[in-house]
Design a protein around this ligand. Structure first.
Ligand SMILES: [Zn+2]
Ligand SMILES: [Zn+2]
Length: 373
């Protein structure tokens, strides 16, 4: 099972990026992963190929439109055309369109081409930690699957569907009215071309049953809300044994009580006592940790720290999707002024006020200075 990242994610651009944005992103990413700059680095080489593949598609208006509409599946060369057969995109697309518009699916008699199953899309919620550090999850997919009792034929064990006598198995009937021939769906078999006389009890003759499946999905570290993963071959089953479609898993990252996420950076807010802010202190702040749910790390705040002051801890944010380290943790300080004072605290505060109050002489001086300006 291969999981392929969206081309937009490969280039780190949004889906509505302009051609110019895409060119710039490509130049940046290609440079970063270029084999000359990363000798003997197979991961970088793979990434470089991915970046090139993404650019080939997104830089071409037609290919991009196809990709936007159909995803990777829309651009896949048919089997046997060699890998990465980008030159085949258009011939393949025509096949795809031909299949889409060729009617109700019975036109494939003659055993030519099997139609692939449809793609499916599901949404999965991940906690911030799961998304940040990656995880393996079983996702549940409900979809019609071929009935195992009758292998999808719809006929009871020991019997077989019979070709419809009304349309001789074609699913279509033609009538001549005057000089014009009208073709319509066979009313007897409703276009199926075959009649199930003894329906399979498990599926009622439909050949398919709704079934819940579990699919194991590996979510890479650094994934974020709105990104999609493709799981090949886990979409809808193809008709009559044709290959299944793909499953797209959309990511939705839950809100976190301790952190706000901004790409690879995290923001956390901490309360600091008035005295600690004034004198400086070593405090503990929330940290995102793969192992522990409510981990903290030390942060030393300098004397005279103001409310809303920000401290940036590099490398303590979310791991980047491309494996290049972690973003930053930004700590925003809120200085708490005490609301309830003990008698002793009050006394000390009064003393502090007296100590900090400007002397009358200084006061006069500063007034004069202000007027003189
Ligand atoms: Zn018929
Ligand atoms: Zn059945």
């Amino acid at each position: 099972m291969s999981i392929k990242l969206e081309y937009y994610e490969v280039l780190s651009v949004s889906r509505d990026a302009t051609a110019d944005d895409i060119r710039k992103a490509y130049r940046r990413e290609a440079l970063k992963h270029h084999p000359d700059r990363n000798p003997n680095d197979t991961a970088a080489e793979a990434k470089f190929k991915e970046v090139n593949e993404a650019y080939q598609v997104l830089s071409d208006g037609d290919k991009r439109r196809i990709y936007d509409q159909f995803g990777h599946a829309g651009l896949e060369g048919a089997a046997g055309r060699g890998e990465g057969g980008m030159g085949d995109v258009f011939s393949h697309m025509q096949d795809l369109f031909a299949e889409m518009f060729s009617g109700n699916g019975v036109g494939f008699a003659g055993g030519g081409r099997a139609r692939r199953g449809n793609d499916m899309r599901i949404q999965t919620r991940l906690s911030l930690r799961e998304a940040a550090f990656g995880c393996k999850r079983e996702v549940h997919v409900r979809a019609p699957a071929p009935c195992t009792d009758c292998s999808g034929s719809g006929a009871k064990a020991g019997s077989k569907p019979e070709a419809c006598s009304n349309c001789r198995g074609s699913g279509q009937v033609s009538n001549a009215r005057g000089f014009v021939m009208f073709t319509s769906t066979c009313p007897r078999c409703r276009g199926a071309g075959r009649i199930v006389k003894h329906p399979c009890p498990a599926c009622g003759g439909h050949g398919a049953v709704e079934r819940a499946r579990k699919v194991n999905v590996t979510f890479p570290a650094g994934i974020d809300t709105g990104q999609r993963l493709r799981v090949t071959g886990q979409g809808m089953a193809g008709p009559n044994g044709a290959p299944a479609g793909d499953l797209y898993v959309e990511i939705d990252v839950e809100e976190d009580a301790r952190f706000e996420r901004d790409g690879a950076d995290l923001v956390t807010r901490v309360h600091v006592a008035l005295t600690d802010a004034a004198l400086g202190a070593e405090i503990r702040v929330p940290a995102l940790d793969a192992e522990a749910e409510s981990a903290t790390i030390a942060l030393s705040i300098p004397p005279g720290t103001q409310s809303s002051a920000m401290f940036t801890l590099k490398g303590h944010g979310v791991p980047r999707l491309d494996g290049r380290g972690r973003g930053a943790l930004v700590v925003v300080v809120q200085v708490d002024v005490p609301t309830v004072l003990t008698a002793r605290a009050r006394e000390l505060m009064e003393a502090l006020r007296a100590e900090l109050a400007p002397s009358p002489a200084e006061d006069e001086e500063s007034k004069r200075a202000a007027v003189g300006k």
